[in-house]
Write a protein that binds this ligand. Structure first.
Ligand code: HPA
Length: 251
């Protein structure tokens, strides 16, 4: 079986033993890296490109998700760097995203824009795969969080963070929307771990440095990769109860 890992800030490659490939998609070419683990193949896709040259609002989200589906992947685990809006969620903690609030603007956020005459609406009742979330919980990742996605690339003001916290967000980032939405449109099982790299604006008087962000992610990287590989195997064995393959409603 083939499985996908989408890595966020600071998680650019899994190890040195990988093969690089380019997948052609209607949204442009996408570079992936693959490693063989026994009879399985893990495909790694650095969301921001290798070396972090692509800004959050410029990521080719459509190309990335299309490429993984095209390559034969049904299950994706992703990571994303996030800021914390809650005192109890600390730098270095990993949270399982359970829902999102979208404040992005003008992103290409659907495969069904009406241009090909296909009209569809995807249900967001369960944006993150419930089966994968259950498996993450079993692996000890029991803290769940609501993610607010901002347009970036600037960070938020203190007033914005205060507002996002009041409307129910726990963590903030710039990349999970539309990634999670596009995965659901293609019927993929997708879950995402937020790695807390900083306290959001106004929750601390010291700004996080770039090095601190990378350091917080690096500490989690090896652990999470091992956990993801275990979960892929378990997910393959367990009976599916999620709604990922039936969430797209064509009209
Ligand atoms: N805001 C937005 N995106 C982020 C942050 C933040 O504080 N930290 C990591 N990604």
């Amino acid at each position: 079986m083939k499985y996908g890992i989408i890595g966020g800030t600071g998680i650019y490659d899994l190890n040195n033993n990988l093969t690089e490939k380019t997948i052609k998609t209607p949204y442009g070419p996408v570079e992936i890296q693959t490693i063989k683990i026994e009879e399985d193949e893990i495909i790694f896709l650095p969301r921001h490109g290798k070396g972090h040259q692509v800004l959050p609002h410029q990521v080719n989200y459509q190309g990335n998700i299309w490429a993984l589906k095209e390559y034969g992947i049904q299950t994706i685990l992703a990571t994303a760097a996030v800021g914390s809006l809650r005192e109890n969620l600390k730098i270095g903690d990993a949270v399982v995203l359970k829902d999102f609030i979208d404040f992005t603007q003008n992103r290409k956020n659907t495969f069904f824009d009406g241009e090909k005459g296909e009209i569809a609406h995807v249900s967001m009742a369960d944006p993150y795969c419930q089966d994968l979330r259950n498996l993450l919980k079993k692996q000890g990742l029991s803290q769940e969080a609501i993610y607010v996605c901002t347009q970036g690339p600037r960070f938020e003001t203190a007033a914005e963070i205060n507002f996002y916290a009041q409307i129910g967000a726990d963590v903030v980032g710039m990349t999970n929307v539309p990634e999670v939405v596009l995965a659901k449109e293609l019927g993929l099982c997708y879950a995402c771990i937020g790695i807390i790299t900083n306290m959001a604006t106004g929750l601390t008087t010291t700004e996080a440095t770039g090095e601190e962000i990378i350091e917080a992610v690096n500490q989690k990287k090896t652990d999470l990769t091992q956990i993801f590989i275990k979960i892929f195997k378990e997910h393959q064995k367990t009976e599916k109860t999620c709604s990922c393959q039936t969430a797209l409603i064509k009209v």
